[in-house]
Design a protein around this ligand. Structure first.
Ligand code: ATP
Ligand code: ZN
Length: 226
């Protein structure tokens, strides 16, 4: 396979919270996908489409760098990389084709359950662990709070118990994980869903035609799910 091939390349999460729903969406749109093998690339049998199955963190960059044409990813991951690239003065072009109806979660600040938390000012001077340092820093700045942000790629919820931080900023859906770790949600800083994104500079007419065919199908599938 060549980078400039004719086949439309869609990046999706290989395994995780978005992979089942991403795959189900594409299947509902008529793509015949053979995912029996645990391979990086899956060829769609009945259309000129390849699926790239990667870690969700890699998806926005693959689209922004034009390596993949489309991507399905959480807005949280997309926005974090956009902020990072803006700060680093790197290109971060992409286009959101549609918001999807899965992957809903919120990025929230949590503190120990026993704490008498009153307002965002209570975060002043503290250390907060997160996987989303730029989203968190933006929120802290907007609220005039000075806090130290520690970046952890995983196990954020155990950071307070491990003595690494006195608060965390992590993804929440039900709150069960927070509770199991003796934490309570005190501020929602970002609400996220999965989105379908396209690279900005896409010009090949065959690929644009395929996308034009796919979009009404995606809308139809979401309408049927309502
Ligand atoms: P990968 O191995 O691909 O890096 P991951 O462990 O980083 O996977 P997942 O936990 O599978 O990521 O979450 C993928 C995305 O699912 C999140 O970035 C977010 O957009 C969405 N999501 C929905 N609900 C939740 C939740 N409760 N916790 C975490 N992520 C959630
Ligand atoms: Zn990830």
């Amino acid at each position: 396979m060549t980078v400039d091939g004719k086949r439309l390349r869609i990046a999706m999460q290989k395994s995780g919270r978005l992979s089942q729903d991403s795959q189900a969406l594409l299947t509902s749109c008529g793509l015949k996908i053979n995912l029996r093998e645990q391979r990086l690339i899956a060829h769609v049998e009945n259309m000129e489409i390849d699926l790239l199955r990667v870690r969700d963190d890699d998806i926005p960059g693959l689209v922004m760098d034009g390596v993949c044409d489309l991507g399905i990813v959480g807005e949280n991951v997309l926005e974090e990389l956009s902020l990072q690239r803006q700060i680093d003065n790197e290109p971060y072009n992409y286009q959101v084709l549609t918001r999807l109806d899965f992957g809903g979660c919120r990025l929230s600040i949590a503190v120990p359950q026993e704490e008498n938390y009153q307002s965002v000012k209570d975060l002043e001077g503290r250390t907060i662990a997160t996987t989303y340092p730029r989203l968190l820093n933006r929120y802290l700045k907007q609220n005039g709070v000075n806090a130290r942000v520690v970046t952890l790629k995983g196990s954020v919820e155990v950071a307070p118990r491990a003595g690494l931080a006195s608060a965390i900023c992590d993804l929440v859906s039900t709150g069960a994980t927070l509770e199991a770790n003796g934490l309570k949600e005190v501020e929602v800083i970002y609400r996220s869903k999965a989105v379908l994104i396209q690279r900005r500079d896409l010009a090949e007419s065959n690929k644009l035609n395929m996308i034009n065919k796919l979009m009404p199908r995606i809308a139809g599938v979401m309408q049927a799910n309502e």
